[in-house]
Design a protein around this ligand. Structure first.
Ligand code: NAI
Length: 283
């Protein structure tokens, strides 16, 4: 199947990045948000990224205008009527995703693939809201989308090989590297990353070492670009806790128990960089 027209739902941090890389690769992109201000912020972000590329000589002004010209504004999910693939990047909430996928299922052409950028919700459960579970798939981009190489492609229980291959080809056209993953809690990325972060928080909680020491061990000893506690602050401690809860519940295994210290920070509203305070102080 040929993919030419892409619709992206949600013009936030991830959706705007996904729209940018799709337009850069020559796809026609319809970028949708329920809020006009959010759409405008998304387009501003894309314009800023592209202008920086022009300044640095990575793109010409003409290429920048061409990319922006391939992005069309949408405030209505029914605009999915022309899409070959829809990539949903709205909020991480199953009820919201179910409602979006129901509407898209009714609005999009029969051949259209419905993909979700969820970082933790089961693809199979999202697919169950539609009458085309075989055409629903996970396409998990990493943040920041224009920079990061990986896309985890998650097969739901019913996803067909044809749909998987089409999404894999598209990912390669975006200049990214696809990795095939089955639908289990946390997929691969968060199943490995989050327990590592959680263990770092337990290590801090037990007084084994200071936060700086824990981060130094992983940076200097393991060559990680950033220590786990710093990374947790960047991701958002609420997001880290939320994903640990999904692993804990999904596997029913105590090895995924969220650290009580992580719970305490979230309860205090110390969510990391975005609130000015997490393990470190950003004020
Ligand atoms: P965000 O909060 O920056 O953007 C979400 C956007 O979706 C907002 O502009 C909001 O107005 C819009 N939206 C909400 N409900 C909508 C609806 N019914 N129809 C249309 N638009 C709607 O969120 P972010 O960070 O971009 O995350 C989006 C998705 O990507 C989530 O599922 C998240 O788990 C996933 N994700 C996030 C990553 C991250 O590092 N932030 C990494 C990988 C995946």
């Amino acid at each position: 199947m040929t993919i030419e027209n892409v619709m992206v739902i949600g013009a936030g941090q991830m959706g705007s990045g996904i729209a940018q890389v799709c337009a850069q690769a020559g796809f026609n992109v319809t970028l949708n948000d329920m809020k006009e201000e959010a759409y405008n912020r998304g387009i501003q972000g894309i314009t800023k990224n592209l202008s920086r590329d022009v300044e640095k000589g990575r793109k010409t002004e003409e290429e920048k205008e061409g990319i922006l010209g391939r992005i069309t504004k949408s405030l209505d999910l029914n605009d999915a009527k022309n899409a070959d693939i829809v990539i949903e990047a709205a909020v991480e909430n199953m009820d919201v995703k179910h409602s979006i996928f129901k509407t898209l299922d009714a609005a999009a052409p029969e051949h259209a693939i419905l993909a979700t950028n969820t970082s933790s919700l089961p693809i199979t459960e999202i697919a169950a809201a539609t009458n085309r579970p075989e055409r629903v798939i996970g396409m998990h981009f990493m943040n920041p989308v224009p920079v990061m190489q990986l896309v985890e492609i998650i097969r739901g229980l019913a996803t067909t090989d044809e749909v998987y291959t089409a999404v894999e080809d598209m990912t390669t056209k975006l200049g990214k590297t696809p990795v095939e993953v089955q639908d289990f809690p946390g997929f691969v990325s968060n199943r490995i990353l989050m327990p590592m972060i959680n263990e770092a928080i337990f290590t801090l909680q037990e007084g084994v070492a200071s936060k700086e020491a824990i981060d130094s061990v992983m940076k200097l000893g393991m060559n990680h670009p950033m220590g786990p506690l710093t990374l947790a602050d960047f991701i958002g401690l609420d997001t880290c806790l939320y994903i640990m809860e999904i692993l804990y519940e999904g596997f029913g295994d105590s090895k995924y128990r969220p650290s009580p210290l992580l719970r305490k920070y979230v309860a205090a509203g110390w969510l990391g960089k975005k609130t000015g305070r997490g393990f470190y102080d950003y004020s």
